[in-house]
Ligand binder design. Structure first.
Ligand code: SF4
Length: 295
């Protein structure tokens, strides 16, 4: 059996760590802050359980820095950092009210770009349509921004859901996209929106990692008999599995090396493995051990 590893090393926009730009950058910000300030750093995060997994080898999260989604738990003696997934307006407001010292904002630049596009569309008087899965952690953040401007957000995940948007043909709508969204799904939904509505503004807020990593999943899925997606992120991992399933009937997701099951590999000539945006290269190499392969 041959194992093919998704090769992201020469893909534009994906750092050598294998992580996406946003996570790679956030890790660097956190490490720099720990080195500079030592103890007493609190990261406010939408997913505190995930923040330091990718940086286990660097020891991030073991001392000096902690991650929480509870602003009340951060006391005046701690210095604040916003995590990679951004922070809703009410969280930022709360931090100001508490007088916390904001040391760094590690929000992914693509998340910031998405927020800016949303604000621009809302300021232009548009109703907001977000192409996204309903359960994505970014939704409360986007809803919070819209609510602050007295607007509702319509979430659309599939083509047929366009019919249920409670707006009339000539009302202005602004469309933004979950940063981790597959372009093929996006194109189908947009086509349906343009059929139904006359006054539409679109901002493609998909991040570079979606635009680059997902085509690599497609390429690998087409080459192998089975494919393993190694990741745990709600957005990118889910999207990678969706893309892989469109091209391969044998798709498996693992969140850790121990999840790998040998019966998935038996009888297969070629098996692919590819990491998601928070899965560092060294973790893929740990899973991709030749001695795991059935003879
Ligand atoms: S997956 Fe995209 S939006 Fe999310 S953190 Fe990475 S680069 Fe940013």
């Amino acid at each position: 059996m041959q194992i093919l590893k998704g090769d992201l090393s020469n893909v534009k926009g994906i750092p050598p760590s294998g992580l996406c730009v946003g996570v790679h950058r956030a890790g660097a910000v956190h490490q720099k802050m720990v080195a500079k300030h030592g103890d007493g750093l609190a990261v406010w995060s939408l997913r505190p359980d995930l923040d330091f997994i990718a940086f286990k080898k660097e020891g991030l999260g073991e001392q000096g820095i902690r991650s929480t989604s509870d602003m009340e738990s951060i006391d005046a003696g701690e210095k604040l950092i916003y995590g990679v997934r951004g922070a809703p307006p009410e969280v930022r407001e709360k931090a100001r009210e508490k007088g916390l010292t904001l040391l760094a904002d590690a929000t992914c630049p693509f998340v910031t770009q998405q927020e800016e596009a949303e604000i621009e569309l809302l300021n232009a008087g548009c109703h907001l349509v977000v192409l996204s899965s309903r359960t994505h952690h970014g939704i409360p953040r986007l809803k919070g921004i819209a609510q602050a401007k007295g607007k509702e957000v319509f979430i659309v995940e599939r083509e047929e859901e366009v019919e249920s948007i409670r707006l009339t043909r000539f009302e202005p709508i602004g469309v933004i996209v979950q940063t981790t969204f597959w372009l093929e799904t996006y194109k189908k939904i947009i086509a349906r929106i343009l059929e139904r509505f006359a006054n539409v503004q679109i901002r493609n807020t998909a991040c570079i990692d979606s635009l680059q990593r997902l085509p690599e999943v497609e390429k690998l899925a087409k080459q192998v008999d089975a494919i393993i997606v190694f990741g745990w992120t709600e957005g990118m991992t889910t999207r990678m599995v969706e893309v892989a399933r469109a091209f391969n009937a044998h798709v498996h997701k693992i969140e850790k090396v121990d999840d790998l099951r040998l019966d998935w590999l038996r009888g297969k000539e070629k098996v692919g493995i590819i990491g998601a945006n928070e899965t560092p290269e060294w973790m893929i190499n740990e899973a991709w051990r030749p001695d795991l392969c059935p003879k």
